[in-house]
Design a protein around this ligand. Sequence first.
Ligand code: BGC
Length: 376
Amino acid sequence: MKTTKLLAFLVAANSLLIACNSSSSSSTADTSTKAVTSMHWGNVDGKDVKLYTLTNKNGVEIKISNYGGIVTSWMTPDKNGKKSNVVLGFDSLSGYLAKPPYFGAIIGRYGNRIGNATFKIDTTTYQLAANDGKQHLHGGNKGYDKVVWEAQPSDSTASLMLTYLSKDGEEGYPGNLSITVVYTLTDADELLMEYSAETDKTTPVNLTNHSYFNLTGDVANTILGHQLQVHADKYTPVDAGLIPTGELKAVKDGPFDFLQPHHIGERIAQVPGGYDHNFVLNRTTANLELVATLSDSISGRKLEVYTTEPGLQFYSGNFLDGSIKNSSGKPIQQYAALCLETQHFPDSPNKPAFPSTLLKPGEKYTTVTKYKVSLQ
Ligand code: BGC
């Protein structure tokens, strides 16, 4: 697992600090201005599900559940100071139990697709759950988006630590994988997501978050009018099953060229099925770098994506079809929102030339991604 070095260390140290803060009772904590509050939200698999609200000093508010680690809402002001929710989500747990396509959730053990739901490590072949035709998608039938995580809110910062033990054999993967995801809402209006994991058998790991953004805050508007910039000279073309062919193809001058900002609707007709592709990010260091910027002139909002990962899946909400309604009863139509999923490349376990996703016993998986929503 090639990941960050110094940054990873700093992040791990920071997470530890958050964990320590949360377990010691702070004598100065003022409950009336608590950065994290929680409410009971339901029960799944006999476990208590809660909804946590993280609030920063600007009054920006992000809600996260320990069911699937789902970011259910992100309330932030537009250019007129009016707050609205910029991510797809529901007010109640029942919306998620109906299995919407991964709204806001933590994805794993392997985000994105693994071809023919199988891979080999040395001489052993592993068969995963095939939950997307012949392919394995987003961790299988019951991925990390559908399990209840242990949650530890911080006493002092707008931060929530989630942990989950993914058992050896779960959805076909080898090894007990112990995972920690720390979500922090900073006072700079960023959602920091720090992922770490350890295993007792060699296994592929590729964790991400599946938030769908519509910066207008209203699903009645599509994201075709949003502008996107992605710092990627190349992308990974796919076959009919959306599995990369293995080629790293230059984006130059085609519909995948987002080196300069383009409206998403401008060239989407040239991409059969819409955008659902992994971009090969132009990284200069292993640190957290700005890799993409999304902006919307209606609200005046922009979203910046920073990550330590080598890839970014741009999914333009092609399979949304109006059959799911949001909490206000509005149908979520095709292109009502988009995902910018930071990740290693799809099907890496079967593509030796792609950066490795294998985590070995004794190693630590660490990646960091940050979404920042602000005004243009
Ligand atoms: C994938 C899409 C898939 C969607 C499900 C995205 O990450 O790239 O192909 O349909 O998730 O919501």
